[in-house]
Each structure stands twice: as structure tokens, then as C-alpha cells.
Design a protein around this ligand. Structure first.
Ligand SMILES: Nc1nc2c(ncn2[C@@H]2O[C@H](COP(=O)(O)OP(=O)(O)OP(=O)(O)O)[C@@H](O)[C@H]2O)c(=O)[nH]1
Ligand SMILES: O=C([O-])CC(=O)C(=O)O
Ligand SMILES: [Mn+2]
Length: 608
């Protein structure tokens, strides 16, 4: 029997045997018309984006250089948590927070879905590297996809193509490990069949095989489901690698903060999806003398350095940011970054003169738009012009506030970790933990209202531990234990200090009590001054909380009573929170680390 000939499959620009055989195996299973090895070049970008324009997936923007608008299928707009699986060998390793299926059973189902699924399409092989290419051990992956939209997006979000492939085989011939990540939109084209602008499938699977470090995704073209270097590799698979190797893969932004005395601090912060990471990472401080620079807006990999401090690296190369609510007041740096072009916009609205628009960008909406549903839109329309989870995808490199060290393979030493959620009540603007274990308790019990970043109801309070509920690649109880153990491995004085923040507390009329955005610099300043022993705070049953006098509020003309309400610790609200935490811990079950149970008991005691 002769092997099937698929144009391009043997034109591999590498000798890496495992990669070559995997590519051939996938091509034979999925039966594409041709195979293209992605090099990441300018010419390739032009070919791919031209093809997307021709297919009607992309509209070239007249008002932003080298930028494109895309509208997805209305049923493919966000992560699909119900369809996301951790297929560990043992079900217990997926734990109580993940969907699980036996790996062999899942592979049997998905192999049938993948069979012939790329017919009529091109299969792209995208070598990529998460984190700096010049790392001691570059974190390599290969995404195979039949989506040009994915190829274009991966070029922004990762270091990919030839520069990554060069790391696969060392000069002495040693072949590097990589994470194979197979993606198909699941929409084969029969001969003569007309394609649609956003092909995808009603059947969706986002699947991880943690022991094999393998990713299989089917049916969706949306970012978090389809750009497999991001959530699938850098969080779910990397969290498993981190557990095994003793480091942390977290849903955190990384920022550099410089004080008026020119002292530099690095802060990491975990907020659930669409809860403010990008905004904090690019913040323009409203207090004089303080400066914020950006290292990452979504993911942090943290390892101990030789000096015993925790160092964070951003594995990504771009921002995949929430568009609605982004404007020159809330996040001017994001606006300036996308203004430079070289960006993709998905499910935003299109203006008549070839620009993008979304709710919150300008006070007055344009008189006419094409909505994300590709329908005529006017200010009288009852539907939103942009989908609430519409996104911009733009390179970090063109962000004016990027810190010089954003690409440093050694990462940056973290002084403070913020956990935060979106809670209308209960959680004060900022609370400082007593120590690492108490901070881990804050993270493990973090709660937040659901957002449009995942398919499902919006505004429902749920526990989202460390903002990682949808991204922990193993048993959540083991994950908490990994956090506790990480604290034990370090000298307490060198560990980051942990804070719990809430920018989203509301007053009686539902208005936000805290102005947020640039004003969050006041909270950053207080946290740093706590670390330096320069700021005051009040001890409460839940930790250290500042009064309005203990925060720098100079120049802020917001209602003082609102700020006091944002900062207040309310014992009754917290007593009402306890049963919810107990229910959550019961769900975690036997694997819940004893120190976290102890923290809960101690909190109950203090609340009386
Ligand atoms: N009220 C208020 N809203 C905020 C603040 N920061 C961010 N937001 C809003 O929260 C939404 C999402 O913010 P992002 O910063 O994009 O969220 P993210 O955490 O990076 O989200 P993912 O990319 O989904 O992981 C936007 O609509 C923002 O306008 C804040 O300080 N106060
Ligand atoms: O993964 C995505 O699609 C976007 C994102 O950052 C999140 O949902 O947290
Ligand atoms: Mn995210």
C-alpha cells in the first residue's frame, strides 16, 4: 500500500521525526487538499489575509493599517466550558471542577469527527513557542489547523513560524519536546460547495490529554477554543507541567510599577475573564510620579529564581482583549496600540468608512454601523452593535507602555499578587492577606459574576479560584495544595504579598462605588507601601483593609461616602458568604488541603 499523496505534506522544513510523523498521520486522517508549513513571513501574512478577505471572513479596514474586521458565526462567540474536557487517565485527576471522559473513549469519538474533516481545505502546520525564543528550554508547540483565521491570529499571539521551528532540532540533532495541538473547525467542503464566512460546527470539543501533553480541539474558531497556544497550552497543559516541575501557570497579568523614588516593583494579578486584567496591565496612573508598564495581560508563568524570589514570564506575544468598554478614557494605551494597525477585530461593529466601533468607545455612537451580526445598526437599534465578548488581537510589541523586560526569558521578580473578582457586594476594594497561606485561601475562595467571555448566563456569582476555574488542567484540590506547597518552598520574606481586590462593588442604584481604571493606581500604591511598611491599615476578620484616610485619594473628587462604602468590611455580608465557601469546599472534597479548612474555621471564629 502506498501512502496517500497530499501536496505539501512532505515539503517539511524540518527533520524532527516525531513532528513529521504526527503531521503525516493527521493529514491522512483529516484529508486536506494541501498541507502548508507556516513560516510566519510577511508574504505569508499577505497570502492568508488576502484569502480571508476573498472568503468574506475578513473585511480590510480603511482606517487602520493592515487590520481586519471579522464577524463570527453567532453561535461561536466565546469559550465553551461545557464542551471543555480534561481527559486524564484517572478521572480523579480531572477533579470536581472539570468535565472528564476516558481518554480512549474521547479519542475514538474525536477520531471519527476528524476523519475527512479538512476535505476541501488547506491544513496549516504552525510551529510556535510560548515565552521567549531564547529561553533555556523554549516551550514549544505545533498547532495544526484548517482555519486561516487561526493562522493569522497565532501570528500575532505567539512567536511562530521559522523562528520557532528552528528550536525544534538542536545543532547536534537532538529533537526537542513539543505540545501537539490539533484544531479543526469541523466544516469540510465538498466539491462545488460554497463556503461560508465563518465555517464551524455545532459539535464542539475542547480536549486536553494531560499525561500526553496533547490538545485536540474541534468545531470552534473562537479565540480561547481555537488559538491553542493560549488557554489550552499556556494554562491547562502548562498548569499540569507546572505541578510536575514545581512552578505555577496562572491566569494573571504582569505589570511593572515605578515609584516616584524610581524604585521598581512587579505585580501579577488574577481576575476572571473580562474582569479587568488588560485594563490594569496598561493602566495610566492618576497619582503623580507613579508609572505603570506592561509585561502581560492574561497569562503568567512563575518559577523560583536562584535568589529565591518568584519570577514571572508572559508566554504570549499579543493581546486578545475585550473590546467593549475600551476607550481613550478607560484604556488609552490599548486604543493607541490598536490604532497602529496590524490588528484583528472580531465581533465588533464596522463603521461605514471602514473603521471599528463598540459600545463604550465613544459617547455618541455613529449614526449607522454594520453590527457584529452583519446587520444594519442605528442608535435606535435595541441590540448591541458589538458582541459583549468582541475582541481585538494586537501585537505587544507595538504597545507604547510595554516594559523593556517583557521579552526577558528570566522573567521579572514579583512583589505582589492581586486576586480580584467582580462582586456587587461583600468584597472590599482591597484587603491584604496575613501571609501566603491566608492569601491562598483568598484565591481559592475567589468569587465573581460570570461574564460574556464564556457561553452561558452572565452575572451569576460563582467561585472562580485564582481566576482559574475554567483553566486548571487537573484536580482543583491538588492545585490548591500546589499553591500551599509553593509557599512552603520559599523564604516567607521573599514571597510576593497577596491582596484581594474588587473594582466592581455597587451602590443601591447599581452604580460602581469605585471609579476604577486609572484610579486603581491608588490601590497599587497602597499595596506597595504596605510591602514597604509605609502605609496603615485596619485589621479585620478577613485581613488588613485600609480606611479612606489610609488610601491616597488626593485629587479624586468622587463621593467620599461611596469610597468608604467600597472599602467597608460588612460582617453580616461575610457571615452570609460562609455557607457558600463551605459548599465550595465540600465540592472540592477530600483533596482540599487542611490548611485551607483551617483558614475557613479561623475566619468563622473571627466573624463570631
Ligand atoms: N468598573 C470597572 N470596569 C472595569 C475596570 N477594569 C476593567 N473594567 C471593564 O471590564 C471589562 C473587561 O476588562 P479586561 O481588562 O478586558 O478583562 P480581562 O481580565 O483582561 O479579560 P480576559 O481577556 O477575558 O481574560 C471591560 O469592559 C472593562 O471596561 C475597572 O477598574 N472598573
Ligand atoms: O480565552 C479567551 O477567549 C479570552 C480570554 O482571555 C478569557 O476568556 O479569559
Ligand atoms: Mn483570559
Amino acid at each position: 500500500m502506498t501512502a496517500v499523496t497530499i501536496p505539501g505534506v512532505d515539503q517539511a522544513p524540518t527533520t524532527h521525526k516525531r513532528l513529521l510523523s504526527w503531521v503525516r498521520e493527521v493529514a491522512e486522517l483529516t484529508a486536506p487538499d494541501a498541507v502548508v508549513w507556516v513560516d510566519g513571513s510577511e508574504q505569508e501574512w499577505t497570502r492568508v489575509t488576502d484569502k480571508l478577505v476573498e472568503a468574506g471572513t475578513f473585511t480590510r479596514l480603511a482606517k487602520k493599517p493592515n487590520s481586519f474586521y471579522a464577524a463570527s458565526d453567532p453561535n461561536d462567540v466565546a469559550r465553551v466550558e461545557e464542551r471543555t474536557f480534561i481527559c486524564s487517565v484517572d478521572e480523579a485527576d480531572a477533579g470536581p471542577t472539570n468535565n472528564w471522559m476516558d481518554p480512549a473513549e474521547m479519542k475514538a469519538i474525536m477520531t471519527e469527527l476528524y476523519r475527512g474533516c479538512m476535505r476541501g481545505r488547506t491544513m496549516y502546520v504552525i510551529p510556535f513557542c510560548m515565552g521567549p525564543l531564547n529561553a533555556d528550554k523554549p516551550m514549544l508547540g505545533v498547532e495544526i489547523t484548517d482555519s486561516e483565521y487561526v493562522v493569522a491570529s497565532m501570528r500575532i499571539m505567539t512567536r511562530m513560524g521559522t523562528q520557532a521551528l528552528e528550536r525544534f532540532v538542536a545543532e547536534d540533532g537532538t529533537e526537542a519536546d513539543f505540545v501537539p495541538a490539533l484544531h479543526s473547525i469541523g466544516a469540510p467542503l465538498e466539491k462545488g460547495q460554497q463556503d461560508v464566512a465563518w465555517p464551524c460546527s455545532d459539535t464542539k470539543y475542547i480536549v486536553h490529554f494531560p499525561e500526553e501533553r496533547l490538545i485536540w480541539s474541534y468545531g470552534s474558531g473562537y479565540g480561547g477554543n481555537a488559538l491553542l497556544g493560549k488557554k489550552c497550552y499556556s494554562l491547562r497543559i502548562a498548569s499540569v507541567i507546572g505541578r510536575d516541575e514545581g512552578w505555577l501557570a496562572e491566569h494573571m497579568l504582569i505589570l511593572k510599577l515605578t515609584s516616584p523614588e524610581d524604585k521598581v516593583y512587579y505585580v501579577a494579578a488574577a481576575f476572571p475573564s473580562a474582569c479587568g486584567k488588560t485594563n490594569l496591565a496598561m493602566l495610566e496612573p492618576t497619582i503623580p510620579g507613579w508609572k505603570v508598564e506592561t509585561i502581560g495581560d492574561d497569562i503568567a508563568w512563575m518559577r523560583f529564581g536562584e535568589d529565591g524570589r518568584l519570577y514571572a514570564v508572559n508566554p504570549e506575544n499579543g493581546f486578545f482583549g475585550v473590546a467593549p468598554g475600551t476607550d481613550y478614557h478607560t484604556n488609552p494605551n490599548a486604543m493607541r496600540t490598536i490604532e497602529k494597525g496590524n490588528s484583528l477585530f472580531t465581533n465588533v461593529a464596522l463603521t461605514d468608512d471602514g473603521d471599528v466601533w463598540w459600545e463604550g468607545m465613544t459617547e455618541q455612537p455613529p449614526a449607522h454601523l454594520t453590527s457584529w451580526k452583519k446587520a444594519d445598526w442605528t442608535p435606535e437599534s435595541t441590540e448591541k452593535a458589538a458582541h459583549p465578548n468582541s475582541r481585538y488581537c494586537t501585537p505587544i510589541d507595538q504597545c507604547d507602555t510595554k516594559a523593556a523586560e517583557w521579552d526577558d526569558p528570566n522573567g521579572v521578580p514579583i512583589s505582589a499578587i492581586f486576586f480580584g473578582g467582580r462582586r456587587a457586594t461583600t468584597i472590599p476594594l482591597v484587603t491584604e492577606s496575613r501571609d501566603w497561606q491566608h492569601g491562598t485561601f483568598m484565591g481559592a475562595t475567589l468569587s465573581s459574576e460570570t461574564t460574556a467571555a464564556a457561553v452561558g448566563a452572565v452575572g451569576v456569582v460563582r467561585r472562580d479560584p485564582m481566576a482559574m476555574l475554567p483553566f486548571i488542567g487537573y484536580n482543583a484540590g491538588d492545585y490548591f495544595n500546589h499553591w500551599i506547597e509553593t509557599g512552603k518552598r520559599a523564604d516567607a520574606a521573599k514571597l510576593p504579598k497577596i491582596f484581594y481586590v474588587n473594582w466592581f462593588r455597587r451602590g443601591d442604584d447599581k452604580r460602581f462605588l469605585w471609579p476604577g481604571f486609572g484610579e486603581n493606581s491608588r490601590v497599587l500604591k497602597w499595596a506597595i507601601e504596605r510591602i514597604e511598611g509605609k502605609a496603615a491599615a485596619q485589621e479585620t476578620p478577613i485581613g488588613w483593609v485600609p480606611t479612606a484616610d489610609e488610601l491616597d485619594l488626593s485629587g479624586l473628587d468622587d463621593d467620599r461616602a461611596d469610597i468608604e462604602a467600597a472599602l467597608s468590611f460588612d460582617a453580616d455580608e461575610w457571615r452570609a458568604e460562609i455557607p457558600l465557601i463551605e459548599e465550595w469546599f465540600d465540592k472540592i472534597g477530600d483533596k482540599l488541603p487542611t490548611p485551607l479548612r483551617d483558614e475557613l474555621e479561623a475566619l468563622k471564629q473571627r466573624l463570631g
